[in-house]
Design a protein around this ligand. Structure first.
Ligand code: SF4
Length: 250
């Protein structure tokens, strides 16, 4: 049986609608669907905002967060992303939207899935703080609106707060991936002060032994400052769930 969901209808005319076919595939059936498909990257930002209207993921600098990997709704970084996407579509001059910056390949874990560890070499120096800032500036100039700090474990770099602070928040939101072990209260405060938008903490299994085996580190899930650990009760400046936005001080 073919089922149809009508999103937008005017005078009986279906403008945006979707059909679910017997084979499970979903196809657009409304008049404007081809346009929606063409600009689907933009609808990625708008549709979640509508969808999550009743699910307030959080606020960041007063703006509503609808997607933890996209700038908050109505922020200058989001408008910049949309402008760059449109420019890419219309002028055929594509610009990057997001950059992932592995600030170090060093890490205290030894995960089975790790792709960073293969790159770790003690004989090759990491970027200095100034070089890393230059890379951030150049990426912002290219047009990015999301800058993801990752590693290795980014909190092993002492200047990570300085680097996050360096990101011009009118252009891009800084997010960070971490294995969670170094999220001391002091570090959480410093991350929030530096203007981190969102933090992703890896939890591989609800079973601590499975998680630890995956991470190659006995006791990792329940170690001191991991959100699941005894001291890991994030205070109110950072949300203690995977992928939820860090709350800014203001
Ligand atoms: S925590 Fe991340 S960087 Fe560290 S070993 Fe695991 S996957 Fe690799």
């Amino acid at each position: 049986m073919i089922r149809e969901k009508v999103i937008w209808k005017v005078f009986g005319k279906k403008l945006i609608s979707y059909k679910k076919l017997d084979d499970g595939s979903i196809v657009g059936s409304g008049f404007f669907n081809p346009v929606v498909d063409r600009f689907r990257v933009i609808t990625m930002f708008i549709a979640p905002a509508k969808f999550y209207k009743n699910y307030d993921l959080g606020r960041w600098r007063g703006k509503r967060v609808a997607n933890t990997f996209a700038p908050p709704v109505g922020s200058r970084a989001m408008l910049r992303a949309m402008k760059n996407i449109l420019r890419g579509r219309i002028l055929r001059h594509a610009r990057p939207i997001a950059m992932t910056f592995a600030v170090t390949y060093d890490c205290q874990c030894n995960c089975v899935h790790c792709s960073a560890g293969n790159h770790y070499r003690t004989d090759v120096p990491e970027l200095t703080t100034d070089e890393a800032k230059k890379l951030i500036d150049e990426s912002l100039n290219l047009g990015i609106s999301v800058l993801a700090f990752t590693g290795g474990e980014p909190l092993l770099r002492e200047d990570i707060f300085d680097l996050i602070n360096h990101v011009n928040k009118k252009k891009a939101v800084p997010i960070m991936f971490t294995n969670g072990q170094f999220l001391t209260e002091e570090n959480v405060n410093k991350l929030a002060d530096a203007g981190l938008f969102c933090i992703y903490v890896s939890i591989d299994s609800a079973n601590p032994d499975e998680h630890d085996e995956f991470r190659g580190m006995p006791g990792h899930l329940h170690s001191g400052n991991h959100p699941q650990g005894p001291n890991g009760n994030f205070h109110n400046r950072l949300t203690p769930l995977v992928g939820l936005p860090a709350r800014s001080a203001d």
